[in-house]
Design a protein around this ligand. Structure first.
Ligand code: NAD
Length: 212
């Protein structure tokens, strides 16, 4: 059976809340509290967690460090992941410089471009390499994840190069749908799409889903 994408998004939110609770030294929480913080219903919290097993005890709620550890395990965040960026323009550089990148053991191990002016440059401690080097670097550095930060018309080429090189997943920042074999997972990231949803909801506040 499958798990709704929205559930996975909410697990990420619950994990963030649990991390904050743990940082405050709070040891116990409840589906009601998580629901409040995540702006969903307590029923939703329990349903989301139930896809993955039984956590906490009836009436006593959840132990913060335990539930946090379980969510990290479910999300695959107890191991490290190696990533490479394809497209070292404005966005690629900004991501490479993002200081919190390694917070969950996402390790940036490669930076690629096709522009001869960019290849060979140092960015955030990495030497930008030509995309032709992708298969070798992916193999040698064990890169699992590719970030696509190329112009939209180059996104499919970048995806093909990443898939041929052997990555398992792609975070696609380019505003276009890319075709990949079905064993590869693509996560689109698009703040412009968020902006369009935002303008809709500013104009149509009455059409927002109720928080139960
Ligand atoms: P940019 O022009 O500054 O950088 C693009 C880089 O990609 C350049 O260095 C270029 O040489 C390189 N490139 C071009 N073709 C390539 C290929 N086939 N292989 C490897 N590298 C290649 O662009 P930018 O402003 O950094 O934007 C990059 C992409 O990110 C665009 O598609 C843009 O629409 C998108 N974007 C997305 C978001 C978001 O929220 N998802 C935000 C900003 C920009």
């Amino acid at each position: 059976s499958t798990v709704p994408t929205a559930t996975i998004s909410r697990l990420v939110t619950y994990l963030r809340i649990l991390t904050q609770l743990e940082a405050q030294g709070i040891k116990k929480t409840s589906s009601e509290h998580l629901a409040d913080e995540a702006q969903v219903s307590a029923f939703q919290v329990r349903k989301d967690l139930a896809y993955f097993g039984r956590f906490g005890t009836r009436g006593a709620g959840y132990t913060v460090p335990t539930l946090r550890r379980e969510l990290r395990r479910i999300l695959g965040l107890t191991r490290s992941w190696s990533a490479a960026i394809v497209g070292m323009g404005r966005l690629g550089e900004a991501i490479a410089h993002y200081p919190n990148f390694g917070a969950y053991d996402f390790l940036l191990k490669g930076a690629f471009d096709i522009d001869p002016h960019k290849v060979g440059r140092e960015v955030a401690g990495l030497t930008v390499q030509h995309v032709d080097e992708l298969p070798r670097v992916v193999r040698e550095k064990g890169i699992d994840i590719g970030f696509i930060t190329v112009p939209h018309e180059a996104a499919q080429d970048a995806a093909d190069a990443l898939v041929r090189a052997g990555v398992k997943g792609i975070l696609n920042f380019a505003p276009t749908v890319i075709d990949v074999p079905k064993e590869i997972h693509v996560e689109p990231v698009d703040f412009l799409a968020g902006l369009k949803r935002l303008s809709f909801y500013i104009l149509n506040p009455q059409l927002r889903e109720e928080v139960a």
